[in-house]
Design a protein around this ligand. Structure first.
Ligand SMILES: Cc1cc2nc3c(=O)[nH]c(=O)nc-3n(C[C@H](O)[C@H](O)[C@H](O)COP(=O)(O)OP(=O)(O)OC[C@H]3O[C@@H](n4cnc5c(N)ncnc54)[C@H](O)[C@@H]3O)c2cc1C
Length: 393
């Protein structure tokens, strides 16, 4: 297949997945950095209508995002019928660390993940991971990935759609249509960003509305943008965007809930803060052109012209694909015990998708290590431990 072009930005994990997929399947491709090259960004918007990366163009077809099914249809090969010791779902800090521990126990494993790094890659600056006074999420994850790729681990860029028990084994079905068989599962699917629920949001997603500021932020150089949210992630995004965007508005439902140090930095950077306010409408046809901000106290509405809107309003566990495989709590998080057992024998879980306290990289990594050790122990044992399903579930 001739002339595969992939428009990317340096810090975009989904772009890395597209490139990893093409590499893995021996497809020749050209990478175009739309984050750095304004002319390339303009060309990408013209061809695809998208203001978000990755965009892949092949034989005149435009593939938006990391679309595992379409990529497999065009370039893929079926998986072998091997039975793995473990399938790890998710390549965030929990899944990648689980892979290192499992590989060191000589387990035959495959990691299936929609991207490499998960939420950690969205962090502009990590100041609480041991060994680094400050490191970007992108750089930290590159180090995690390097360590995993140095081991005997298969990494499949794909999305798990369902898991079924078949006797003593499990079968894992993916979006691209592949099925993997395994003796244990390590669930590390983390969380995904919450959206506003506004009528035009889906239509404008990738066309100005973004849930990944580190991916798409560079495409809004010299443009007016807004950020929604009041926590550390939101204000950090506003501060970072103020370095490149023409103007930045920060819309916060309640008072700011971020660390005090960021408020002063945002004010210095010229971020215009709208406290006690909601985004009540999105405007634009082909792309976002503005938002309406409503003051929650007075009901007064203000129209703001923006071309980018970054959503930083919290996260939801990625557990919908599990069906009734394991017990979840009222927040949709996987219930685990202190040894990362779920309610189902042979299924272990770690990281932000579980009920553990402290949604942080260092904790997710530690839990991933524990989950791999528990899976290894399970494979060596005849009697199988799992936690009882709570009566309420
Ligand atoms: C903006 C931001 C800034 C942050 N800053 C910090 C910080 O400074 N310090 C800190 O310690 N923590 C920080 N965090 C929190 C930290 O990133 C998380 O605690 C950590 O990434 C959780 O790791 P995880 O592996 O459990 O999940 P995730 O990082 O969410 O990774 C989950 C992985 O699973 C994949 N996945 C999900 N569903 C499926 C599926 N069905 N099939 C295949 N793959 C799937 C995802 O694509 C992803 O790769 C920040 C979070 C955000 C959002």
């Amino acid at each position: 297949m001739a002339g595969v072009k992939v428009y990317t930005a340096e810090s975009c994990p989904y772009c890395r997945m597209v490139v990893a997929y093409l590499e893995k399947h021996g497809v020749e491709y050209e990478v175009i950095d739309a984050g750095r090259d304004r002319e390339a960004a303009r060309e990408m918007v013209e061809v695809s209508g998208q203001r978000g990366v990755p965009v892949t163009i092949t034989d005149g077809e435009v593939i938006v995002g990391f679309d595992a099914r379409r990529l497999r249809e065009l370039f893929g090969r079926p998986v072998t019928d091997a039975v793995y010791d473990a399938v790890i779902v998710g390549a965030g800090p929990a899944g990648l660390t689980a892979a290192v521990y499992a590989a060191r126990k000589l387990m035959k494993i495959v990691i299936i993940s929609e991207n490499i790094g998960g939420q950690a890659t969205w962090s502009w600056s990590i100041e609480n991971y041991m060994g680094f006074r400050m490191i970007t999420g992108e750089d930290l994850i590159r180090k995690f990935e390097e360590q995993v790729r140095g081991l005997d681990v298969t990494l499949e860029p794909d999305s798990v759609q369902g898991i079924r028990r078949e006797g003593d084994a499990y079968s894992v079905r993916t979006a691209s249509g592949n099925t993997y068989r395994c003796r244990t599962i390590i669930l590390a699917p983390g969380k995904h960003p919450r959206t506003l629920g506004l009528p035009d949001e889906d239509r404008l997603m990738g066309r100005g509305v973004s849930v990944c500021s580190t991916c798409d932020g560079p495409l809004f150089r010299d443009r007016p943008v807004a950020v929604v949210g009041g926590g550390n992630a939101a204000i950090q995004t506003a501060i970072e965007m103020a370095k490149i965007a023409r103007s930045v508005a920060l819309v916060v439902r309640s008072p700011l809930k971020c660390d005090e140090v960021y408020v002063a930095r945002a004010e210095e950077a010229g971020v215009r803060i709208f406290p006690h306010s909601d985004v009540s409408a999105l405007h634009g046809e082909a792309a976002l052109t503005g938002i309406t901000v409503r003051d929650r106290d007075t009901g007064r509405e203000t129209a703001i012209a923006v071309e980018g809107l970054f959503l930083e309003i919290g996260l939801v566990p990625n557990t919908g694909f599990l069906g009734d495989l394991v017990a979840l709590n009222e927040k949709g998080e996987i219930i685990v015990d202190e040894n990362n057992h779920t309610s189902t024998p042979g299924v272990f879980a770690a990281g932000d998708a579980t009920c553990i306290k402290g949604k942080q990289i260092i904790i997710a990594a530690g839990e991933g290590a524990k989950a791999a050790l528990a899976a290894h122990e399970y494979l060596l044992m005849e009697e199988i431990p799992c936690i009882p399903v709570p009566a309420a579930l």
